[in-house]
Design a protein around this ligand. Structure first.
Ligand SMILES: [Fe+2]
Ligand SMILES: [Fe+2]
Length: 284
């Protein structure tokens, strides 16, 4: 059996250091468990899509992860799809290059025992950039080459919330126009596990023969009901040789529940990066 500690949405920054202590406590708890692999589900930073210092700070923090680590980008790190703008930071070549300089490839494959683990850049999907087609072709050939091994796929945004037929909610899921394509691809190639972040909620649900695991944020929850449990922590995944996957939620005792609305001045600031500086004073 292989174990993956799957954590996400750390949202750290030296300038806006609200959640750094929670990230450090989570990394310490993960290291103590000695999993075979650690996956970060993206949104490493507060404002990495705009500010290279936030990416560099996140990269330094992640050096504390002791087991092998694989990272996928979040919208706060590499920019957003043009049809799902929230921070008005569309993904583009410069943002992709900055991300890759800090963390390496934004899509990748990693072998873990009998399993093959694939990480995707979900912010490319629907972007219209050349890299979107490149990643799509790579995904198909990598899935095909993995057979008959069990496959786990990680991407920042989930394929769907409740069902593949639901109305599009591009703020929360991958581009709804591409959902059927990726879902079919995953099902045809026997994907057993789909891990995602972004929602800051914890859930594990079997849909279409795949265990869809939402890693909660270890930093903060934002109080929007999306169908998962609004709690801080991470997910511990167990992958057995016969292809079965299970997920267990873990909440490190040291995590602090921050008042997210209060941090944002109860409506005064729209985004974390607009809040008055709250520098993190420790060594990183
Ligand atoms: Fe996030
Ligand atoms: Fe996100």
């Amino acid at each position: 059996m292989q174990r993956i500690a799957f954590f996400s949405d750390t949202h750290v920054s030296a300038k806006h250091g609200f959640f750094v202590e929670n990230a450090l406590a989570t990394i310490a708890a993960i290291n103590a468990l000695q999993p075979d692999l650690v996956v970060h589900g993206g949104d490493l930073s507060v404002n990495g899509a705009e500010d290279a210092d936030d990416l560099a700070f996140s990269a330094r923090l992640l050096k504390r992860v002791a087991p092998p680590l694989a990272i996928i980008p979040g919208n706060h790190d590499i920019g957003e799809e043009p049809h799902a703008l929230h921070l008005n930071q569309p993904i583009d070549a410069a943002r992709i290059a900055r991300y890759r300089a800090a963390f390496g490839a934004d899509w990748w494959v990693h072998d873990l025992g009998d399993w093959r683990i694939i990480g995707l850049n979900s912010l490319l999907i629907g972007s219209g950039l050349g890299a979107e087609k490149e990643q799509r072709a790579w995904t198909e050939s990598t899935l095909a080459a993995a057979r008959p091994r069990p496959i786990g796929v990680f991407l920042h945004k989930p394929l769907q919330l409740e069902s593949p037929e639901e109305a599009g909610q591009p703020e929360w899921t991958i581009d709804p126009r591409a959902r059927e394509d990726y879902r079919t691809l995953f099902m045809e190639h026997g994907v057993r596990l789909v891990g995602s972040g972004h929602l800051h909620q914890s859930r594990a649900r079997l849909m279409d023969g795949m265990l869809h695991v939402w890693a909660p944020s270890c930093g903060f929850v934002f109080g929007k009901a999306l169908g998962g449990e609004q709690t801080l922590g991470f997910s511990l995944l167990e992958l057995s040789e016969d292809g079965a996957a299970s997920a267990r939620f873990v909440r490190p005792a040291a995590l602090v529940d921050h008042d997210y609305a209060a941090i944002k001045g109860n409506g005064r600031y729209r985004y974390l990066n607009e809040c008055p500086p709250a520098p993190w004073r420790g060594e990183m």
